[in-house]
Write a protein that binds this ligand. Structure first.
Ligand code: NAG
Ligand code: NAG
Ligand code: NAG
Length: 806
């Protein structure tokens, strides 16, 4: 029996699957019997909708349900099959309604799609007909005429259609036949029809069994016992004022509202006319919502009505008189919708944080609104507040896409509080609001920017290595590592040295340190490029130039070029005996490697053999006679000259100068001594003559060569009288590096003069300072080139004399 029922159920499945039909595109309908096992396959929804099974999972296919309703089916993401997820009891879902459909929603994302899945639940014959009471009691007068009819209580079968009660059978008996007819509603009811006259004296009671049979395959049945008590008298049954009572109630009606009062009248008088009312077969739930006053027939509301749950009640009622005569009627209660449900806003998905470079139009989330009310009470409009770069774009029914409408900038606004309002169209309308917190994620879109356009730093020379020079600072408004600034020096060269040998920078703080002590005389200023890079990937960077100016300190003593500052020099100047007052005798030449005030030199005679005889130009260093030389003046005059710069504190150097008042070298006592020291003075004299001749010859040769050279250079500068040749070995070796600093300049014709004692025999030596490299034989060469301007023999002797004694 059971197995044959299962077989029958399977047959139904096949039959109904074949009946499955598609509705409008996007929606799909299935018919499926109730009470199937969980996991039973309803249909392949992916195939039916033409969706690729492999795309179900990535698109987050799911069955969505509205509100707190149950989810009756599931989708198998691997096969695309729609399966039973929850027991489907048609009777529990739809009661007596002829059609019973479950509405579920298949939602797919990316792009968002929703498909309505309607499952028409098919009835199976799982309920037997039932009678409300175990025993139906009748009291029938014996006088009842043959053919009298007695309406029997209907059997109730929760199934519908053919599975509901189709026929009634009555046990074989002597007195009654059964007459089965159908009502306008299609229900079958039965009446007892008296076939043979009752005889109370013969039989006081008649017991019968009534069986109700439904039309299922196999059929189910239910039975009730009928007790007929045979009475002596006759009577009238009550009559309802209406065969159907209809009433409409708003769903929010309060408790104890009087729904309606039914009334039945009985023609009899007295006790026979007393009518009591009761409900026929109603569900337990309906029995808690409505109560019927048995005496007055007033139906009251004792539970809450909810249009969204149940919008129509059919309540069978019966009126019975004292003698048990019954008549039936129905009360139909229609529930009308009231706008009692505010829309519900559901955030179905939210893609946060949103990267700040998201293009306008990026979908940020999906919003679903639901309103359980119907018609205009359930029509919902959804809006978002103004002044935010987001909007709601209506998508498929009741779904909205939240999309961005403008550029986002985390550095300006890193979060948004969106408030979404949904309002229905009921009157008064109901609305609800939902806040959505959106965060914006950082993208490395800002390079570090320095606070200044360029930086200038001033450093005193002779600074300590490691001392801080200046500090740069750059800011980057991005988040975390995208805004973390790291400083570095752009590797380049300053005067051929790598920047890193001059400066270093603290990568975190931007403080720039000197790597070594600077020397103004070597480097007056330089420029470096500082980079600021953030830690994003890829990183962004900015740069700035830092100009470092080194300021001078008075760290160089004046350096005396002429006469040689070493005390052991025997350089001697000849002063002609006839020299008059104010004639130039010699010149002290000094330089200072510093600059400005630090290199401004002043000359002073600090000690003299005859203090009144010579004076020195404070700034020129020129030594002149103050008066005419007289015979009484000592032949040998010594001067000590101090050269002082103007720095704070000032530095000075001194030199000694010895002057010889004489017209003739032979008178020079030292030379005389030297001559006497030699074994033969005559020999010495010839030697000198020979040497001079050779030198003259050699120098003439050199003159020709040099003349060619000077002509080419077009620098035939001949200077004033009293000129002296200064051996350039006296010049500091590295002055050429100093660009415009100090007393000396490169590319500067350095003119030095040596007074030989005779104005007519002055010669001059010109040399571009940066010409040639000083070498050990320079002294000789210089002396030789001095012949350039040679006018007499004496200077040559003087030159030779220097060769011998320097
Ligand atoms: C958003 O709301 C949160 C908490 O409600 C608050 O802390 C935050 O400041 C708000 N942000 C904006 C941009 O209004
Ligand atoms: C930095 O920016 C990159 C994109 O440029 C982003 O992927 C990363 O998440 C950002 N880092 C932080 C900490 O926000
Ligand atoms: C320095 O910045 C300028 C402009 O921002 C850029 O053109 C240049 O390439 C940068 N230099 C370096 C070395 O990064």
């Amino acid at each position: 029996m059971f197995s044959s029922m299962l077989e029958a159920a399977e047959m139904f499945v096949l039959l109904f699957l074949a009946l499955m039909a598609h509705s409008a595109s996007g929606d799909v309908s299935y018919s499926f019997p109730e009470e199937m096992k969980r996991g039973s396959v309803i249909g392949n929804i992916a195939k039916d909708l033409g969706i690729d099974v492999n795309r179900l999972s990535p698109r987050k296919a799911r069955i969505d349900i509205e509100g707190n309703r149950k989810r009756y089916c599931d989708i198998n993401l691997n096969t695309g099959e729609l399966t039973v997820a929850e027991r489907i009891d048609r009777e529990g879902l739809c009661g007596k309604k002829a059609s019973c459909a479950i509405k579920q929603e298949l939602v797919l994302e990316n792009p968002l799609e929703s498909h309505r899945v309607t499952i028409s639940v098919l009835d199976i014959n799982d309920n037997s007909p039932q009678f409300k009471k175990d025993i139906i009691k009748f009291e029938i007068r014996e006088s009842a005429a043959k053919g009298a009819r007695f309406v029997l209580e209907e059997a109730h079968d929760a199934d519908i259609g053919a599975n509901s009660v189709q026929t009634y059978n009555l046990m074989e008996n002597e007195y009654f036949d059964l007459s089965v007819s159908s009502k306008a509603s299609g229900k079958f009811y039965a009446e007892l029809v008296l076939r043979n006259q009752l005889d109370r004296e013969q039989q006081k009671e008649v017991s019968l069994i009534l069986t109700a049979v439904d039309g299922g395959t196999p059929p189910r049945s239910g039975s009730v016992a009928i007790h007929v008590t045979v009475l002596d008298a006759n009577d009238n049954a009550p009559v309802f004022s209406q065969s159907v009572y209809k009433v409409s109630l708003p769903e929010n009606s309060p408790l104890d509202t009087v729904v309606l009062t039914v009334s039945a009248t009985d023609a009899d008088e007295g006790q026979n006319g007393e009518v009591t009312y009761e409900f026929g077969h109603i569900s337990e739930i309906d029995a808690t919502i409505f109560t019927l006053n048995p005496k007055t027939g007033q139906i009251c509301l004792t539970g809450t009505l909810d249009y969204e749950e149940e919008n129509l009640f059919e309540l069978p009622i019966q009126a019975t008189d004292r003698l048990g005569l019954v008549s039936y009627s129905t009360v139909v209660v229609e529930v009308s919708d009231v706008n009692d449900n505010a829309p519900i806003i559901i955030v179905k998905s939210l893609n946060i944080p949103i990267p700040e470079n998201a293009a306008p139009g990026t979908e940020v989330g999906i919003i679903n609104v639901q309103d359980r009310d119907s018609e205009s009470n359930g029509q919902v409009r959804c809006s978002i507040q103004q002044n935010v770069p987001f909007k709601l774009v209506p998508s498929i029914k009741n779904y909205y896409s939240l999309v961005s409408t403008g550029e986002l900038d985390r550095e300006l606004l890193s979060e948004y509080n969106l408030s979404i309002t949904a309002t229905d169209e009921g009157s008064p309308p109901l609305s609800s609001t939902k806040s959505i917190h959106l965060t914006v994620a950082d993208v490395n879109d800002n390079p570090p920017v320095f606070e200044q356009h360029s930086y200038r730093a001033h450093v005193q020379e002779n600074n300590k290595p490691g001392s801080s020079v200046c500090s740069v600072s750059a800011t980057d408004p991005d988040w975390r590592q995208n805004g973390t600034v790291v400083y570095s020096l752009f590797s380049s060269e300053v005067n051929g040295a790598p920047v890193s040998s001059l400066l270093s920078i603290n990568g975190d703080t931007g403080v720039i340190h000197a790597v070594r002590s600077f020397d103004y005389e070597q480097l007056k200023s330089f420029t470096v490029l500082v980079l600021a890079r953030d830690n994003g990937s890829p990183p962004l960077s900015g740069n700035v130039t830092v100009s470092v100016f080194i300021s001078d300190e008075n760290d160089n003593r004046p350096q005396i070029l002429y006469p040689s500052p070493e005390g052991n020099s025997f350089m001697t100047e000849l002063v002609p005996k006839g020299a008059q007052a104010r004639s130039l005798v010699s010149k002290v030449i000094a330089v200072d490697a510093d600059s400005g005030q630090n290199a401004w030199l002043s000359y002073q005679i600090v000690k003299a053999t005859d203090p009144g005889l010579f004076s020195i130009g404070v700034h020129s260093g020129e030594i002149r006679t103050q008066r005419d030389i007289s015979e009484s003046d000592s032949m040998k005059q010594n001067l000590i000259v101090s050269v002082r710069d103007n720095g704070q504190p000032s530095l000075s150097a001194t030199c000694a100068l010895s002057l010889l008042i004489s017209d003739n070298l032979a008178e020079v006592p030292e030379l005389k001594d030297m001559a006497h020291d030699e074994s033969g003075s005559k020999l010495t004299f010839y030697l000198i003559i020979a040497l001079v001749s050779v030198s003259t010859f050699f120098l003439t040769f050199l003159i020709i060569i040099l003349a060619v050279r000077f002509c080419r250079r077009r620098k035939p500068r001949l200077l004033f009288d009293g000129a002296v040749a200064i051996p350039s070995a006296y010049l500091p070796p590295n002055y050429a590096e100093v660009d415009g600093a100090g007393t000396l300049r490169s590319a500067y014709n350095y003119d030095a003069y040596l007074t030989t004692g005779s104005r007519t025999s002055d010669f001059k030596f010109i040399r571009s300072y940066n010409e040639g490299t000083p070498t050990s034989d320079l002294t000789l060469r210089k002396t030789q080139s001095a012949v350039d301007d040679l006018e007499g023999l004496e200077p040559v002797i003087s030159g030779v004399f220097q060769v011998g004694y320097v």
